[in-house]
Design a protein around this ligand. Sequence first.
Ligand code: FES
Length: 57
Amino acid sequence: MAKVSVRAIPNGPYEISIEGKPVAYLCRCGHSANKPHCDGSHKKIGFTAPEVALTFH
Ligand code: FES
């Protein structure tokens, strides 16, 4: 089974990785115009949130 990781980038999106390779960046600030993907809007609004990392096997 592939190793899937989710990392909440500090003050940014969720980074989804498969076998260590990033495959998607998902919005967690709620302001992206291209949901569910991050479009960089979190920087404009000054979004702040801690880093969190989860790994699924
Ligand atoms: S986290 Fe990047 S636009 Fe929402």
